[in-house]
Design a protein around this ligand. Sequence first.
Ligand code: ZN
Length: 421
Amino acid sequence: MRGVSYCGDMQPWAPVDVPRLAGEGPALRLHDTSTGRVRPTAPGREALMYVCGITPYDATHLGHAATYLAFDLVNRVWRDLGHDVHYVQNVTDIDDPLLERAARDQDDWVVLGMRETALFREDMEALRVIPPRHYVGAVEAMAEIAELVGKLLASGAAYRCDDPEFPDVYFDASTTGRFGYESNLDEATMLRLFAERGGDPDRAGKRHPLDALLWRMAREGEPRWESDLGPGRPGWHVECAAIALNRLGPRIDLNGGGSDLAFPHHECGAAHAEAFTGQHPFAGHYTHAGMIGLDGEKMSKSRGNLVFVSKLRAEGVDPNAIRVALLAGHYRSDRAWTADLLDTAQARLARWREAAALPAGPAADDLVLRLRTHLADDLDTPRALAAVDAWAAEALERRGTDGAAPGLVRDALDALLGVRL
Ligand code: ZN
């Protein structure tokens, strides 16, 4: 698939200046869902990272922000280690939830998608998330997605369901012989999550309930794209598989997203890619960020309990404080967003700024080493932030005479944590 012509990727957001720090930290270790362990990452000179993007039917909430901030730290740590990070992210700008929302609000799905994608880019820029090199919408990738589906069909990894009216194309989950390896779930759990998260286990005419949709034949009134498969539109998982394979190749270092993507999305995407390439595993690490809750419940569109980044920004909240608040918890833990969390982060940021504005402070080489060491340990941001607190406390007690320290601390926080003091 590599070498297929593609063009017109969406514009990502503005680039972020990342200061270079002297020296080097330990190799990055990250949790991998497929093995259930924290293992070293081992990218080559070029580190290949694919993080699943949004379905743009609602603004960026803090759950999204936490996920993209976690993988922004991966990006920063790898860059600090000298890797050239090739980061790709998609936008699912055609899918059932987008169409359903547009219909509910009597909105045009194209306009809705463009509006929310623009807002997402603004939020990412405000949070100083390093942009992906390729930011790709499903609509603009339609030809390559259809091509991958066609190849899976031709190889026998996919089939048309037994429905004369709508012979949709499904992936045969038994193809690779290892379906379930990525999420490590038993079949009963897979079936439950498949039904809960957009799958169609009960669709008549499929060979197996867990077979995932690759190409949906056009229904009356639905947007459609012409292809050799017949007019229709793609399933979600194959969208990411095609976009990743064509830009990053058959084997990537990291496939990331929120923990609700571990199954079925990443399981199916990996199976599609592996069925096509014959190589296993598709990703060296499958890494998942925890969910952000509000008032004891997971923040989600269906519950309607979302806190939006754009709304906080409009209220004048410093995006650096949002970053510090979300990084105060470990990326893998499900955690709550509270007013206290934001207040604490704002106070913390103010203290750090006061300390870093002093003419001198305690030598900061040890702090840089601790930041690198904690981040390399599965992005242990709570300990990294505590190390900054300790340096700031000493500096504010005027216990340092190193005139270069405040500047080094500013650079280190900027480079490694993405926090600008
Ligand atoms: Zn994806």
